[in-house]
Write a protein of this length. Structure first.
Length: 64
């Protein structure tokens, strides 16, 4: 499970969990980015906010 609601129970923050998924399951960088974007698509936020957060992922990646 990829979760960070309670780091003490899930042994890490979301970034740690993404790293573990890459190491354990061989996920690519592109697949991790897709997971991050899909996490916003799956929320109960209004679509405008979903789009804002998905765009923020792209902005972060462009700055990195």
């Amino acid at each position: 499970m990829l979760d960070s609601d309670d780091p003490a129970n899930f042994w890490g923050y979301v970034g740690d969990n993404y790293d573990a998924m890459m190491k354990e399951y061989g996920l690519t960088y592109e697949e991790i980015v897709l997971l991050a974007k899909n996490s916003f698509k799956a929320t109960f936020m209004i679509d405008q906010n979903k789009l804002k957060y998905i765009e923020s992922v792209d902005e972060y990646l462009n700055e990195a």
